[in-house]
Design a protein around this ligand. Structure first.
Ligand code: NAD
Ligand code: UDP
Ligand code: UDP
Length: 325
């Protein structure tokens, strides 16, 4: 039900022009909230939010969260950070700043406003995990000086800041450790495996399998993830997380490649490339906590989610072909 004007919540979403952030904004607007989207458009695009043009309850502010932000809101979702290995390794110092300075600024804002704040943490805090599947108690196995460290350690430090702002300043925090998520509005060229494979398959190019393809990941469809984020935000204030959000179905990357080829009806072959340094060998969430505290679990099967994502990329690629023609 739509809220009356004077009872509407004003919600800040940082990183709102990105893949997950833009879906979250759609849901928040659908629930009757006002939304302020703050994004520096480093990896996000205006295309992800252009359908909101003219929506009076939506506002976009181009801003980098590594700088202070003085706005008045009732709730904060902090998602601003490049998320794909290609993007976060492009300017690693800026990546750490986005996580750490971004967290300090958004926590400072939440502290001043006395409002609830959500942090998009990641399964990368578990590094190359020796515990499998990963539960929230596991402290992780992270290289502090490798090419992925700017992201992993930045996100770990952000979690530390969230819990210290809670202990020291009683900020109401909600921390989710998000596992690999996919769906429409992923950036077509950010190098993540689902978008890479689909774009390659649709273009009839070879599928690039890194290493042997025996490494595993668990893939969550974006709508399921956003539902989990919203439910976590609604839990009582004693619940802080960190809580795993992901789909416990686990696939080898070779299985994913085969699935994508089958679903697209592509004639693409598979080529092998070197495994990137520190690429985790296995990743699968234990979601017992999310099931218990908010009765959440993913509902979209990987085949269904991939089909929806394929349709999105088919449309995107044909639009891009028309533009360049
Ligand atoms: P994305 O790259 O599409 O979105 C990130 C958004 O943050 C982009 O719009 C980008 O422009 C913006 N941004 C980056 N640096 C910024 C800065 N300094 N100031 C303001 N805006 C900035 O990626 P995504 O997949 O939508 O990820 C969103 C969040 O979820 C990220 O924090 C990411 O770490 C986290 N996460 C995502 C996944 C996943 O599988 N997609 C998994 C774990 C965690
Ligand atoms: N901050 C912000 N918006 C606010 C309040 C604070 O961006 O509305 C930033 C501020 O610039 C500061 C950071 O958040 O650097 C941390 O704020 P906090 O009050 O915790 O720390 P302090 O200002 O005491 O260093
Ligand atoms: N990957 C691959 N081919 C690609 C892109 C990625 O084999 O074109 C592999 C990558 O090495 C990793 C997995 O797919 O093992 C997931 O990669 P992604 O970058 O999507 O996410 P992350 O490694 O951060 O989980």
């Amino acid at each position: 039900m739509t809220r009356l004007y004077d009872t509407r919540k004003r919600v800040l979403v940082t990183g709102g022009a990105g893949f997950i952030g833009s879906h979250l904004i759609d849901r928040l607007l659908g629930m009757g909230n006002e939304v302020l989207c703050v994004d520096n458009l480093f990896t996000g695009t205006k295309r992800n939010i252009e359908h909101l043009h003219g929506e009076p309850r939506f506002e976009f502010m181009r801003h980098d969260v590594t700088f202070p932000l003085y706005v008045e809101v009732d709730e904060i979702y902090n998602l601003a950070c490049p998320a794909s290995p290609v993007h976060y390794q492009h300017d690693p110092v800026q990546t750490t700043k986005a996580s750490v300075h971004g967290a300090i600024n958004m926590l400072g804002l939440a502290k001043r406003l006395g409002c609830k704040i959500f942090q998009a943490s990641t399964s990368e805090v578990y590094g190359d995990p020796v515990m499998h599947p990963q539960t929230e108690e596991y402290w992780g196995n992270v290289n502090p000086i490798g090419p992925r460290s700017c992201y992993d350690e930045g996100k770990r430090c952000a979690e530390t800041l969230f819990f210290d702002y809670r202990r020291e300043h009683e900020v109401n925090i909600k921390v989710a450790r998000i596992f690999n998520t996919y769906g429409p509005r992923m950036h077509h060229a950010d190098g993540r495996v689902v978008s890479n494979f689909i774009v390659q398959a649709l273009g009839g190019e070879d599928i690039t399998l890194f290493g042997t393809g025996d490494q595993t990941r668990s893939f969550c469809y974006v709508d399921d993830l956003v539902e989990g984020i919203l439910r976590l935000m609604e839990t009582e204030s004693t619940i802080t997380g960190p809580v795993n959000l992901g789909n416990p179905g686990e696939y080898t990357i070779r299985e994913l490649a085969e699935k994508v080829v089958r679903l697209t009806g592509s004639s693409s072959g598979i080529v092998y490339r070197d495994l990137p340094e520190d690429d985790p060998k296995q990743r699968c969430p234990d979601i017992t906590m999310a099931r218990e505290i908010m009765a959440w679990e993913p509902g979209v099967t990987v085949d269904e989610g991939l089909n929806r994502t394929v349709t999105y990329f088919q449309n995107l690629l044909s639009e891009m072909t028309l533009v360049s023609a």
